[in-house]
Design a protein around this ligand. Structure first.
Ligand code: SAM
Length: 284
């Protein structure tokens, strides 16, 4: 199977991609990084055997993790991205002209460099934006030592193994809470509940006593195996997520942001969760 890349995220179930061309493969200081080309999905980046992003469907994920918290907040000026080395989260945050500062904390310089080289449409020049500060550091150490406050924190991290495991810890959520402004919102990818329900349950148990307003929302991202993917939503202030559709439509129109997946209707609908997920997180 040398012309195929097989994802090894789950031992007993998986997906594979034909590799038209292997563009880059290296064991970085932190993880095994692969970038290859596939006819259907375009360029694909994987870390430690798990697909992280593809050119074809990255917009589902990046738009939902960016525009949902920023538009629900309504006046976000300072945004922090943890992880995000492919640059697409930065690109989406920078589309908001009201955002004045974006800090991105990525552990692996090699991911940033190689994604700039092989996936340039992901960042689309965002690193050159004067509002952007790139920090190469472990996201956990950064938030633990941070004295700044952010309106929105986005954790764009891989699954909770290897260097990313710490980004799902109680210490990390507590540190993020401390780094948020009073109306601040934290969001993070949280796996596909059909295959990773324990991950969703664990996160819920770690945030429920910390944040006044917590929930999950979801979107089906084609290359994240297992159906719909959950994103955790956690805000310091109660009812932050309950922004009505008319307000969201006004904010979205005023932002001038052009999207391919996100719209205010999807934003509202994404918070409606299936019964088995509600039950797992004790929200029935
Ligand atoms: N969307 C992807 C997914 O869920 O499959 C994740 C995107 S990928 C850009 C995640 C990034 O997080 C990688 O570049 C990785 O190097 C970075 N990362 C992993 N652990 C980290 C940590 N502790 N601190 C900061 N960045 C980290």
């Amino acid at each position: 199977m040398s012309d195929y890349y097989r994802e090894t995220l789950h031992e007993d179930y998986g997906q594979f991609f034909s590799v038209d061309k292997m563009l880059y493969e290296v064991r970085t200081e932190h993880q095994h990084l692969v970038i290859f080309e596939n006819t259907r999905m375009g360029r694909v980046m994987a870390l430690d055997g798990a697909i992280q992003t593809t050119e074809a469907d990255e917009f589902f994920y990046h738009e939902m993790l960016t525009h949902v918290p920023i538009l629900a907040h309504g006046a976000a000026r300072k945004v922090l991205i943890i992880g995000g080395g492919d640059g697409a989260m930065l690109r989406e945050v920078c589309r908001h002209s009201n955002v004045e500062h974006v800090t991105m904390v990525e552990i692996d310089q090699a991911v940033v460099d190689m994604c700039k080289k092989y996936l340039p449409r992901h960042s689309d020049g965002a690193y050159e934006d004067p509002r952007v500060r790139l920090v190469i550091d472990n996201g956990m150490s950064f938030v633990a030592n941070c004295t700044e406050h952010f309106d929105v924190i986005i954790s764009d991290c891989p699954d909770p193994t290897g260097p990313a495991e710490v980004l799902f810890s109680e210490d990390f959520y507590q540190a993020c809470y401390r780094c948020l402004t009073d109306r601040g919102v934290f969001v993070a990818q949280n796996g596909t509940p059909f295959l990773q329900l324990e991950e969703v349950k664990t996160t819920a148990s770690r945030i429920k006593d910390l944040f006044a307003d917590w929930h999950f929302y979801h979107a089906a991202v084609p290359t994240y195996i297992g159906g719909s993917m959950t994103f955790v939503w956690a805000a310091k202030q109660a009812q932050m997520r309950q922004v009505d559709l008319t307000t969201l439509r006004q904010r979205f129109a005023a932002s001038g942001v052009r999207t391919r997946y996100y719209n205010p209707e999807i934003h509202c609908a994404a918070f409606a969760l299936p019964q088995y997920v509600l039950e797992a997180v004790d929200k029935l």
